[in-house]
Design a protein. Structure first.
Length: 258
């Protein structure tokens, strides 16, 4: 049986989505079983707001952000390779812009993971804006880049995409922004109507519960769309392999004083 190898680059999108899914399931189960979160459709951040699940959430999400950053870097190198080989007619600025947006979004994920909404709500909110808001810009730029990849398959180039995949990515990005805005609006209005004692234990008897459900639902759908978009990189990554760092002996004379 062939062993799992990270140098097979097409594994990374699946690992990224799988890791975050595993994280959210674990923290949801721990927070609900521990009685810290109301079980019915909480926000993602609610399941990592209080200890002990906040410790698990912070650790796993930080690792997930690093995996996501690696996936984004692979995409950056892939596009850079296509530009250098003149396989695509694309200004290098777009690729540079995408990796900058990707790094900022990953930093926002780190802020969300390490500053809980119950103890540092302002920083947590800024992190969410960076993670989702700048993240959407990243995927919008990637969609622009994808338009340059249409039908470039030939004998020496196999990583082009078809028109259906491009339209699918456009569809995903098109809905990301309204979902994000709906999430912010619903979350803000629901907090203004909240009459309970703890926002992570928000029941039907507390004010603004329906708005809270709408906000958490749009958040989960937005995350699902992001995961699906990342997963669409899988086939394109199959055209490349990571061969590892190569060490070359320096034959020049070097004075090593003792």
């Amino acid at each position: 049986m062939k062993m799992f190898s990270f140098y097979k680059l097409h594994y990374w999108p699946g690992v990224t989505c799988g890791w975050f899914t595993f994280t959210f399931i674990i923290t949801y189960l721990v927070s609900v079983l521990d009685g810290n979160v109301y079980a019915f459709f909480p926000y993602i951040s609610d399941t990592g707001a209080l200890p002990p699940e906040s410790c698990i959430f912070g650790l796993l999400v930080n690792i997930g952000a690093a995996i996501l950053a690696a996936t984004m870097y692979i995409r950056y190198r892939q596009v850079d390779f296509a530009i250098n080989c003149k396989d695509v007619d694309l200004h290098r600025m777009w690729n540079t812009l995408s990796i900058i947006f990707g790094i900022i979004a990953c930093f926002g994920i780190n802020l969300v993971a390490n500053f809980q909404e119950t103890t540092a709500s302002e920083i947590h909110f800024i992190g969410a804006l960076l993670a989702f808001g700048i993240g959407i810009l990243y995927f919008a730029v990637q969609t622009k880049i994808s338009s340059s990849y249409l039908h470039i398959r030939n004998k020496t180039c196999t990583y082009g995409i078809g028109i259906r995949l491009l339209y699918f990515r456009i569809f995903l990005v098109f809905w990301m922004l309204p979902l994000f805005l709906a999430n912010i609006i619903c979350a803000t209005l629901s907090v203004e109507q909240f009459t309970g004692e703890s926002i992570v234990w928000w029941t039907e008897n507390d004010g603004g519960f329906q708005l809270r459900l709408a906000g958490s639902f749009t958040e989960w759908i937005l995350v699902l769309f992001i995961f699906i978009y990342i997963a669409t990189f899988t086939n394109e990554f199959k055209s490349f392999e990571y061969k590892g760092i190569q060490l070359v002996r320096n034959l020049k004379e070097v004075n090593n004083p003792i």
